[in-house]
Design a protein around this ligand. Sequence first.
Ligand code: SF4
Length: 245
Amino acid sequence: MSTKNLLIEAIKDQQNIFGDDLYENLNFSNQIKNNFLNDNSVKEKPEFYMPPKSLFENYSEYKTLESFNKKINTCQKCPLGKTRTKFVFGAGNPNADVMVIGEAPGADEDAQGVPFVGRAGKLLTDILKAIDFDREEVFIANILKCRPPNNRNPLPEEMNECTPYLYKQIELVKPKVILLVGLISASTLLNTKLSLTKMRGNVYEIQGIKTMVTYHPAALLRNPNWKRGCWEDVQKFKKLYESLK
Ligand code: SF4
């Protein structure tokens, strides 16, 4: 990755965690902020959207993840269907107590058709192991099933098309708890514009399922000093899970 792209990714991470406070704390002038946000590779946080239940009621005939995967894995509802290498449905235990949800496949996931592989995937596996979950016993998915080019943030219209699939997956897996990793999945599925800092440590609900939020493993790779905060988040998540057993 070029130095410019590394810098942009690092600032995006900071914005994800601290929200617009970042600009005030760094005394960025409005002009600098606007220049930064006008860079084509950096999107303002999109307008998030909670799909109404009616959008996924059409899928009521699909009673298993396998049959649902067959139904949607040739999807072309948004332009990412044309640019993907592989559709990334999700992976893991179809009856998992724990579901982990990120934002979208990256390059490794797009190549393999499996969510959270590569360095970020290994870190997620280690994070789960730290709270005594094997990767195989949880179910891991993303909001988008196809990779956005150059790992850009998902666009609202792409999420609008794809989120109903995720809701159906949640309905089929019926987890006891959900862990959202990263700002995009957290703010989309919790329908909020709060920064990740403000969401971490709180317990929310998605379709009546207790849900918590932590950093995306890819952000942790770029900002190892956030690993301690992630450790604290997942300890709380584990306690929440234990309290529901
Ligand atoms: S991202 Fe989702 S909605 Fe878009 S083509 Fe892929 S599966 Fe379909």
